[in-house]
Design a protein around this ligand. Structure first.
Ligand SMILES: [Zn+2]
Length: 250
């Protein structure tokens, strides 16, 4: 896994075997997925990557890859993290710049978890320009905070097998007991209401200006994230087919 893009061979093979006429042909504009915690962005990004045959780039995966390979960027990033400081944007952007130069990104990619601030969005823009890439298609997943709170504060995990339940939307048959193994269900600290409210406030403060930044340039498409995951996926595919198709004919 750690050499998956350093070698560069797998991307070319993927493109060669992609069935003709299917959706697995990439897209011209990089897709950036932006949405609040609880919107299921990671899952949606993976389904897009699978359908269109493009890599799903997440900053978390990139950090782990650089740490694992002991790269210079990884060493620099880790020094900041060890001091409890944020990794500077230039390091993250440099990681993305290296990553999208790999052959498997030649026909597009989907980015999730970045940019989170306007400064990061500006840095990403300059980098995409340097790389000769098209302007991004920014998909903004919209979700009411009441629904986010319900999804996240309702989550319970089995202490035995790790199964996930939701006391509102997917309750166990017996309250507080796992259907599979009878294990006790517990709430993760990260899912407590005050933690979720803090994350939502941080999202509003830092990320909504990013959406505004892209919106003024006409790059944002809103997506209703309140439906079932499968319905959101269908709407996302339609949106990408429509917008990326239009991009090709400009
Ligand atoms: Zn269980």
């Amino acid at each position: 896994m750690r050499d998956s893009y350093a070698a560069g061979g797998s991307g070319a093979d993927d493109i060669k075997v992609a069935p003709q006429g299917s959706a697995a042909k990439g897209f011209p504009r990089p897709v950036i997925l932006i949405g609040p915690p609880g919107a299921g962005k990671g899952t949606q990004a993976k389904t897009v990557a699978a359908r269109y045959g493009v890599p799903h780039l997440s900053t978390g995966d990139m950090f782990r890859d650089h740490f694992g390979r002991g790269t210079e960027l990884g060493v620099r990033a880790k020094a900041f993290m060890d001091r409890g400081e944020l990794v500077p944007d230039e390091i993250v952007v440099a990681m993305i710049e290296q990553r999208i130069a790999a052959p498997d990104c030649a026909h597009g990619f989907i980015l999730d978890g970045f940019p989170r601030t306007v400064a990061q969005a500006e840095a990403l823009d300059r980098m995409l320009g340097r790389a000769g890439r098209s302007e991004p298609l920014v998909v903004h997943v919209k979700l009411d905070s009441s629904l986010i709170l319900r999804r996240l504060t309702g989550r319970r995990m089995c202490k035995v097998g790790g199964e996930i339940y939701n006391i509102y939307d997917r309750p166990p048959k017996t309250p507080n007991r796992c259907d599979h193994d009878g294990g006790e269900l517990a709430q993760r600290d990260d899912d407590r209401e005050e933690v979720i409210r803090e994350r939502l406030a941080a999202y509003e403060e830092h990320t909504q200006p990013v959406v505004a930044y892209y919106r003024q340039r006409g790059l944002v498409q809103d997506l209703d994230g309140s439906g079932a995951p499968e319905a959101v996926t269908r709407a996302l595919f339609e949106l990408i087919d429509r917008e990326e198709g239009r991009g090709r004919h400009l």
